[in-house]
Each structure stands twice: as structure tokens, then as C-alpha cells.
Design a protein around this ligand. Structure first.
Ligand code: SF4
Ligand code: SF4
Length: 473
């Protein structure tokens, strides 16, 4: 499908509405930034793969146990009624992303985004099996040969294994990986488990190995809205036009000034190494993920030419225009302050949270039950949450304004991170002085293992009005 458009000079041109997918063959590049990127990649992969295996006192470092409705993050287990803390954690991560983007542009995209990290890992495998850019391009242009098919089969098999390892690890964050692996080995899996194992593998394979940069271009919502977060002092990758232009080829020993040229030798190395296939010399583009591969490429070219620093570098719009750069900006300070406040509040809440919780729910059907002998009973459900990492036994006690008799379990045990509902009742015996129609009661639970772990919850005791009681005799 195409449409008619007008060029700057007023001529009419036909514009394709659907661009053909152009396969990108990024060239291998080394340099300071790429060394740090690869170290980051190894660290992140190690962190991801080790996550489900890490234990401290028998507790997993991170586990999202949907069946038990229990979440563990950094060895802190959160009960179902603490999901709000998980929401806080996500809000903190989102704010951290905003702060990083305002300060350092697309540093998240280029360095730590899972899509970038996995794509890099798949690219490294591809290069190892199929060779570097030129070799891969040549092979893909040739008709299918035995070598072509062998290399492709080896690459796809290696990718599939990596994708499957990602999938197993991913599922390991939701279930016990030590039990999962033997069951995978013996194919002792339910239909749903097979689906949950195949889905992340297929997703990783399709998005990170096949689609790669297309995910950033067309699917990532963050790539769309982050431009509004950048300001004129945010770090961007930019091309130093004043030094570089006019660009042009020249003999290595020639003096560019004599030839009327800038320092860009138009070697296209910065374009060939770019994983998104753009030419940064055309200016800042939304496709640029800030990976700094072009910076390292040009650093290498400039040092070979003896011209000094790279023509492509981390900069900012203000610095490019010769204005002084500012690290401290109102928006950055604003976001950082909000984030610091939320992190502090979150840390204090987590540090001071009780390892247990008690909630009292009255019987919703009847205020009270009156027996033939004049005794009155109120029924309650005690919802006891164990937020500790070990099983706990809790002693139940109560306090009341009128003399009441307790009926129910005195000690209950609750597994770690779990919750139990305990039905109990309070009874006013017939011979006891009746007291007010509504009187206060307070339930207490106390951990048998830790006397300081105490939770209290208030409720009320209902009984018939004095006149009704007297009328009944
Ligand atoms: S790598 Fe440097 S010299 Fe080569 S084309 Fe890019 S900017 Fe110009
Ligand atoms: S232009 Fe440079 S920093 Fe941007 S994506 Fe391409 S190689 Fe990475």
C-alpha cells in the first residue's frame, strides 16, 4: 500500500505505508562501553538464573507463589493482605526508571532492559556459530547449501535451548525449581505446566531472537513515552557535527583541513555496529536505545586516524549547543525526592511490620444467639496471618468489659506466610449481671516462640436490650 507525498522541493513522491522488514546484521565491536555492557549482561543473566536457587535459612530469595498467594522478595515473605507493599515496590521501580531516564536518557533500554539483554545473548550465539556481520550477510544472500542449513540448524537449536532455559528459570520464580527440574526430566507434567513452560520460551525466542529491535520500534510502550521525560540536559548519544562535518573519505595521512573536510571519514562503522540499524549522524532518533556501540566504534576509528576523541559520544542537547550542562534540574530533583520519600516509607514499613496479623470478623447473619436458659453467645472469625518465614503457634486470648466465657481453640498453628480463619465464640452466662447492650471486647494473639510478637484487634459483644430481657423474665 502506498500514498502520494510532497518532498521539500515541492516534487511529488510515492511513499510506502508499509516498510519492508530490513534484517539488521550488527557488527561486533569492542571498547570501553561494550566491555561494561557485557559485564552488565553477565551479571544480569547470573542474577536471573541464580534467583530461583538462592536460599537463606531455607527461604527462597524471590518467589511468587500464586497457589499459596504468597510473595517473597529479597527473602521477605508477604502475606496476601500485604499485596499493597508489592504495589509500592512496583511504584518504586517505575519511579526509578523515570529518574534514570531524566538523568541518563535511555540507559535502561541500552543496558538493562530484558529485551536488550536477551537479544544481545542471542546475537552473541549467532555470531559464534555463523560468524560476524559480513559472513552472515553473505551466507543469507546465497541459495540454501549444506553449510547454510547446518549453521542455521545449529543456531536455532542453541537459541531454542537458551529460550527453554529462560522459561524453566522463569517458571522457577513461581514454583520450586528443585521439584520442577526432575519432573521436566521425566516428563511428569500437567497440560497447564507444559503450556506455562512453553509460553515464555516461545516469547523469548520470537521477541528477542527473531524480532529483536522491532520490539523496541513498534511494541515497547516505554520507548513511546520516554521522549516526554527527557529534557535538554538528559544524556543522549550525539554526533559532534562541528568537529565531524563535512565528512568524506581521505587517505590516512592526509590533512583534513587541507582537503576542506571534518574528522568524519564516512567509514559507516558507527552504522554497521548499531543494533537498530540507524545512522546516528542523522541526529537523535527514537530508535536509538543508547547502547553506545557507535561510540566505541568511532573511538576505535578516531584512534586509528590519530584524530582524538570519538565523534559520537554521550552528551546532551545543551552541551551540544555549547551551553553548560546541569546535573541538578527541578524535574530530576522532584522525581528523586518523591522516590526517596517512598523508598524511606517502604523501608520503614517493611522494617517495622509485625510478623503476624489479626483481624476479627463478626458473624454477619446474627448479632447474638440467645439460649433457652438466658445465656447469650456472639460468634467471631479470627483471621490470623503468619508473616514470618517459619511455622508459628499463636496463643489466643481476649479481654472484655463484661465477664464472658471463651469457646474455641486456645492455640493455633499457622504455616509461614499463610493465614488461618479460626471460628470462636464468647458467651455471657445466664447468671452473670447483664451489662450494656453493646460492650467492647479485644482479642489478642501472641506468638509462642516470640513473646514480643503480639497482635490485637477490637470488636464488640451484642446482647438483647435490658427491657427485652426483663420482659422475657
Ligand atoms: S565511525 Fe566515526 S568516522 Fe566513521 S562514519 Fe561514524 S562518525 Fe564518521
Ligand atoms: S545509534 Fe549508537 S547508541 Fe543508538 S542504538 Fe545505534 S549504536 Fe546504539
Amino acid at each position: 500500500m502506498s500514498t502520494e507525498g510532497e518532498t521539500k522541493s515541492g516534487a511529488t513522491e510515492t511513499v510506502d505505508l508499509y516498510e519492508k522488514w530490513r534484517r539488521i546484521y550488527p557488527e561486533w565491536v569492542t571498547g570501553g562501553f561494550q566491555t561494561w555492557r557485557r559485564i552488565t549482561l553477565v551479571f544480569l543473566l547470573a542474577f536471573f538464573y541464580a534467583g530461583p536457587w538462592l536460599r537463606w535459612d531455607g527461604q527462597p530469595g524471590a518467589r511468587f507463589d500464586l497457589a499459596e498467594r504468597r510473595f517473597t522478595v529479597f527473602w521477605q515473605t508477604f502475606a496476601p493482605d500485604e499485596f499493597v507493599l508489592l504495589a509500592w515496590l512496583l511504584a518504586i521501580l517505575a519511579l526509578g526508571l523515570f529518574v534514570a531516564t531524566i538523568a541518563a536518557g535511555r540507559v535502561f533500554c541500552g543496558w538493562v532492559c530484558p529485551q536488550t539483554v536477551w537479544t544481545n545473548a542471542y546475537l552473541i550465539i549467532e555470531r559464534y556459530i555463523e560468524g560476524d556481520r559480513v559472513e552472515r550477510q553473505r551466507r543469507d544472500k546465497k541459495p540454501w547449501t549444506g553449510d547454510w542449513m547446518l549453521k542455521k540448524a545449529m543456531k536455532l537449536t542453541a537459541w531454542a535451548l537458551v529460550a527453554f532455559s529462560i522459561s524453566i528459570t522463569f517458571v522457577g520464580y513461581f514454583t520450586e525449581i528443585r521439584e520442577l527440574l526432575p519432573r521436566i526430566a521425566t516428563l511428569d507434567l500437567t497440560r497447564w505446566e507444559i503450556v506455562f513452560l512453553l509460553l515464555p520460551a516461545a516469547g523469548s525466542f520470537f521477541f528477542s531472537a527473531i524480532l529483536r529491535e522491532q520490539v523496541c520500534f513498534h511494541m515497547c510502550p516505554y520507548a513511546r513515552f520516554q521522549s516526554v521525560m527527557l529534557d535538554r540536559d538528559s544524556l543522549i548519544i550525539s554526533y559532534d557535527e562541528s568537529r565531524a562535518e563535512p565528512r568524506g573519505h581521505r587517505p590516512r595521512r592526509a590533512d583534513p583541513a587541507e582537503l576542506g573536510l571534518g574528522q568524519c571519514i564516512d567509514c559507516d562503522r558507527c552504522v554497521r555496529v548499531c543494533p537498530t540499524g540507524i545512522d546516528i549522524r542523522d541526529g537523535l532518533q527514537y530508535q536509538c536505545i543508547g547502547c553506545a556501540a557507535c561510540v566505541d566504534a568511532c573511538t576505535d576509528v578516531m584512534s586509528q586516524m590519530g584524530y582524538g576523541e570519538s565523534l559520537v559520544r554521550y552528551s546532551s542537547e545543551n552541551r551540544d549547543e555549547g551551553l553548560p550542562g546541569r546535573w541538578v534540574r527541578p524535574r530530576l530533583v522532584g522525581y528523586a525526592t518523591i522516590m526517596t520519600a517512598i523508598v524511606t516509607l517502604f523501608a520503614v514499613t517493611v522494617a517495622t511490620r509485625l510478623p503476624l496479623d489479626l483481624d476479627v470478623i463478626r458473624d454477619r447473619n446474627r448479632l447474638y444467639r440467645e439460649s433457652w436458659d438466658g445465656s447469650v453467645e456472639n460468634v467471631y472469625s479470627l483471621r490470623i496471618s503468619n508473616r514470618a518465614d517459619t511455622p508459628q503457634e499463636y496463643a489466643i486470648d481476649f479481654d472484655s468489659e463484661v465477664p464472658l466465657e471463651y469457646r474455641g481453640d486456645r492455640v493455633v498453628s499457622v504455616p509461614p506466610g499463610d493465614m488461618r480463619i479460626v471460628p470462636v465464640s464468647l458467651l455471657r452466662a445466664a447468671e452473670t449481671p447483664p451489662g450494656e447492650t453493646v460492650s467492647d471486647v479485644e482479642f489478642t494473639i501472641r506468638s509462642e516462640a516470640d513473646e514480643r510478637a503480639v497482635a490485637r484487634a477490637s470488636s464488640v459483644f451484642h446482647q438483647p436490650k435490658r427491657a427485652e430481657r426483663e420482659a422475657r423474665g
